[in-house]
Each structure stands twice: as C-alpha cells, then as structure tokens.
Ligand binder design. Structure first.
Ligand SMILES: Cc1ncc(COP(=O)(O)O)c(C=O)c1O
Length: 370
C-alpha cells in the first residue's frame, strides 16, 4: 500500500510511472462482455439472484469445464461468488472454527492469511522454495499438520511466483490431506493464463477438494467482482447459508455479463490477450536475468515474476521505494507475500504494454548502475 500511495503521488506530480505493482490485466474488459452487461442493465436485471448464483450461469460454468477439461461437474456444486475473494471468505468460514488453522505457502497471496485472521482462525505459513516450485508438497504438509489443522490452501499458478503446482504434487497433497481428514483448497484464479504447458484443474483428480476460480484475471473482469467455487456435494447447503448471511447474492449484472465471458467466441479474444502476456513474459524474464536478478523457477502462468534481488539489496522494501522515487518504476516488495526470504525478493507484474516494459527495464538498469 505504501508503494501504491507513493506511485499515485508521483503520478499526480506529473511523473511517468511504470506500474509493475498492479495485479490486474491492463486490458479493458472484452467488448462482447461489456455489451452483455449493458443489455442486462437495459433489461432491468437489477434484482438479487439466489445466493449461490444464477442457475443459468452455474450451468454455463459446468459446460465450460466440459468444453475445456471434458469434465462432467454437477452444476449444483458450482457456487457463484463476489470474486475469488468471496469464495475464500466462504470456504475459510465454512471449514475453520476459531483457533483452528490452515496451512499456506510463504510466499503466497496475502489476503488468505488476513481473512483467516478476521475469522479468528490461524494460519501456518510454510516456507517454500524453488525445489518444490514455490508450492506446498505432501512432505511439508505432513510435517506441519497438527491437531488443530483443518485445511491446506494452494494456488496454481501462484501469486507471487507465477509457478504451477505439478499435477503429481497436487495428487500427493490431496492424499495426505485426506489421510488427515482435512480439506484441500485449490485457488485456480489464474487458470487460462498458462504458457508453454497444458492447463489442468484439480477437479480432474478429486471431487473432494474446494476449487476457487474467478472472472477477474483470464476473463479480464476485476471490477465486476465475480468468481466461483466448486465444492464437494456435502457442503452445498452450508455454503448457501453462509453466502446468504455474508453478502446475500453475487452482483446480478456481472453474472449476466459472465454468461458471455464463457462463450467460445469471447474465448478467442481472451486467448489473444493470454498470448500477449506470454510475449511480455518472454521479454521480461531474460531481460531481468541479464540485469542480475535471479529467477529460480521459470514462471509458467499468471502475470508475475518473483525475482531474487539480493545482488542489489538485502532490504527489498527500501530498495523498491528508492527505485520508485528515482526512476518511477513501481514493484511489489517480497514482504507483501510473507516472511521467508522476503527481503531478498520483489514481484514484477507484466500488466503493462511491451513498450512500457522495455522502458521500465531501461530505468531499472539505470538505477542499478547509479
Ligand atoms: C491468488 C489470488 N487469489 C485470489 C485473488 C482475489 O481475486 P478476485 O477477488 O478479484 O477474484 C487474487 C487477486 O489478486 C489472487 O492473486
């Protein structure tokens, strides 16, 4: 937040700022989706929907899994939520009571631990490194499990590292969680933004995990606040009751627009954007390495590069602030994502055009050589 506030202040002073701290696509929402939203408004689709979402959208998400992964998911298991954020709140509220804990990767998405804290649950942050692709594995989960542990949460691709959880590693994780009678939560919010390799979903391997997804990233709809979660059959009712109490219903106009987001036609445009993200990664990754950053695992998804900057500093937070003030390049320091080696890392988001990224790299170069 400090970095964002400073970047805004410098922008207002007329400075050119390269926003590589922003975790959302720079593209506007695709035109077909926007038009569907406008149509929904004109047709007065402005009332509450059921708490679990529009039945038509739940069916369409099920069809999407069928088209993309040849999976037959019961639409009743698909819960439409206000962003992945809404899903995270539901699942943590559902699985954890006060004093119980959830295992998370460090580095990882910061809101998970904060949401758990709001709900008086606890988190156990497990340091992860390149050896396990910056992801949890069965061995560390077994080692950290205690009698108050109820769940494990992973994200593939990960924020901040952009690394994928290999399918075999996920299967082993699911097994160790099941042996301990816990629940595995898999955040697939960056699904669709995967480069070089085939995408998968945890639902191919297990009907017992909670799978979170969103219209924010691949679908480019961050501000529409819409996501979904696929839950095991036994949890549909309890999730319904929690959703009714926390937010009543996900946003109606967004749900109608999302019907268009899931069509094969819109996907053509969304895949074009994914290809643009890949081009950016393919430029930025070697460019950062040639400046002296070290990137231990090639990120194969999302739009982030988590780089080791210890050649330049052992205090990445101060370094990032200095870089912003001196050269107008905004990054996110490692401390946002946890404690483990946080001072030696920073996250680059390639949510800027290729030209902007090229200029930003020149400025970082100048800063390093100062
Ligand atoms: C890993 C991860 N999960 C969840 C979210 C929440 O996204 P939203 O609520 O916009 O769907 C984000 C946002 O950056 C994220 O990176």
């Amino acid at each position: 937040m400090d970095i964002l506030a400073q970047a805004k202040k410098l922008s207002q002073q007329g400075r050119t700022i390269y926003h590589m701290e922003v975790g959302e696509p720079d593209f506007p929402t695709a035109e077909s989706i926007v038009n569907a939203g406008i149509d929904a408004l004109k047709q007065s689709r402005t009332h509450y929907t059921p708490a679990l979402g529009l039945p038509e959208l739940r069916n369409t998400v099920a069809e999407y899994y069928d088209r993309k992964f040849s999976l037959n998911i019961n639409p009743d298991r698909i819960i439409i939520t206000p962003g992945a954020s809404g899903a995270i709140q539901l699942v943590i509220a559902c699985l954890l009571d006060a004093g119980e804990n959830i295992l998370l990767a460090d580095p990882g998405y910061p809101c998970n631990r904060n949401i758990a804290q709001v709900l008086a649950a606890e988190t156990i942050a497990i340091p992860v490194d390149a050896e396990s692709y910056y992801q949890l594995n069965a061995e560390v989960v077994a080692k950290n499990w205690n009698d108050k542990t109820r769940a494990v949460m992973v994200a593939t691709p990960s924020n901040p590292t952009g690394t994928l959880l290999p399918a075999e590693q996920l299967i082993e994780l699911a097994q160790v969680v099941a042996r301990n009678k816990g629940r595995l939560i898999v955040d697939e919010i960056y699904q669709g933004l995967v480069y070089d390799v085939e995408d998968y979903t945890a639902l191919e391997f297990s009907d017992e995990c909670f799978v979170i997804n969103s219209f924010s990233k691949y679908f480019g709809m961050t501000g529409w606040r819409l996501g979904w979660m696929v839950v095991p059959e036994a949890y549909i009712d309890v999730i319904d009751r929690i959703a009714q109490n926390i937010y009543l219903a996900p946003p109606t106009v967004s749900q109608y627009a999302a019907l268009t987001a899931l069509t094969a036609e819109t996907q053509i445009e969304l895949d074009r954007r994914r290809d643009e993200f890949k081009r950016r990664r393919d430029f930025l990754l070697p460019a950062l390495e040639s400046l002296g950053f070290s990137i231990a695992v090639k990120p194969q998804g999302a739009f982030y590069i988590y780089a080791n900057c210890e050649r330049f500093t052992d205090d990445s937070f101060s370094w990032v602030k200095e870089l912003l003030n001196a050269q107008g390049v905004a990054l996110t320091p490692g401390i946002d994502f946890g404690q483990y080696l946080a001072n030696k890392h920073c996250r680059f988001a390639y949510t800027q055009s290729l030209e902007q990224l090229e200029q930003a790299v020149e400025r970082i170069d100048a800063f390093i050589r100062r």
